[in-house]
Write a protein that binds this ligand. Structure first.
Ligand code: SF4
Length: 311
């Protein structure tokens, strides 16, 4: 953290003295929201819902980010190790099936500390690492004993798409290597400790999806599940300005057959922005999708946990 090389951006800034690199965060952990979420893949949502914790900041910075208010927009609040642990325990108490840490790649050391403290205080749920996969082997090694299951994106293997949309032409090589490492850490024999690789289709770029599906068939079939996502929603002028259309959707489903990919999930096509989160609200998602447990403005919801504390 005094010369941050945590992720492939390798900014080299001193985050301990409050310097910030590409991810926009210093060494302290900021959280935007924690909730019981029902919109994840079936094994992640389970019966009770997934205990999602949304981390503020992001080391990838997709121009079309649907969580832009928290990934680059600054929303969130500092939490210390004790409060992070209390959030994990409140999610457990509210019936979450797991702790699902969303976009924490730039905050690995603080998260490892927080989960360790939560485990010491009685957290027994599996911990999921839900990330862009733009991660270094060193960061993944730090996480190895903390994380039970991985939920990485494989957004594209096309370097020009990665450059145009993420300002990271090296995303494909680092993400593919990170996912290989995750599959090595969590082989299928580990049962529930598995890897689900998510691919969000980008409107107008079907070849990128084909490339990812071909990679999955060659590298991950039998070792991970695939989650093909169609929920791209235009949020600004910088990304494609439309939803996935029926033709793109059907073509992608055809490729699943062509590459003989059977293990996993695909979303139905629902071109609507109804479910887009708004992190200004205590419940950023619709009430059908999520139940709030902690929010950056309000602290713990209801009487389920300690009152607001920390910075
Ligand atoms: S974690 Fe942040 S500061 Fe560190 S290298 Fe990555 S983007 Fe830069």
């Amino acid at each position: 953290m005094t010369k941050c090389f945590l992720c492939p951006r390798r900014c080299g800034v001193d985050r301990e003295t409050r310097e910030k690199g590409f991810c926009g965060e210093d060494a302290r952990l900021r959280i935007a929201s924690a909730s019981i979420h029902r919109g994840e893949e079936p094994p992640v949502t389970g019966e009770g819902g997934s205990g999602t914790i949304f981390v503020s900041g992001c080391n990838l910075g997709c121009v079309f980010c649907q969580n832009h208010q928290i990934s680059g927009g600054g929303m969130g609040r500092l939490v210390d190790t004790a409060e992070f642990a209390a959030i994990c325990l409140a999610l457990q108490e509210k019936g979450a099936e797991n702790i699902n840490i969303v976009t924490g790649s730039h905050a690995v050391p603080a998260i490892v500390e927080g989960v360790t403290a939560a485990r010491e205080k009685g957290l027994h749920l599996p911990v999921l690492w839900n990330s862009s996969a733009y991660e270094s082997p060193e960061a993944l090694a730090l996480l190895q004993n903390t994380v039970d299951m991985y939920l990485p994106d494989l957004k594209t293997l096309d370097t020009s798409i990665a450059e145009n949309f993420f300002h990271a032409p090296d995303y494909p090589e680092h993400a593919a290597a990170a996912i290989e490492k995750m599959m090595e850490y969590r082989p299928p024999a580990d049962g529930t400790k598995r890897v689900i690789i998510r691919h969000l289709m980008i409107p107008g770029y079907p070849e990128s999806t084909r490339q990812v599906l071909r990679w999955f068939a060659g590298h991950a079939k039998g070792k991970a599940l695939l989650s093909l996502m169609t929920q791209y929603t235009p949020v600004n002028q910088q990304g494609p300005g439309r939803f996935i259309n029926q033709g793109e959707y059907e073509t992608a489903l055809g490729w699943l057959e062509e590459f003989d990919i059977e293990d996993g999930f695909y979303q139905e096509l629902e071109p609507s922005s109804d479910w887009l989160p708004d992190f200004r609200r205590t419940n950023p998602f619709s009430s059908a999708l999520s139940r709030p447990v902690w929010h950056w403005k309000d602290g713990f919801a209801g009487s389920g946990g300690p009152t607001r504390s920390g910075a």
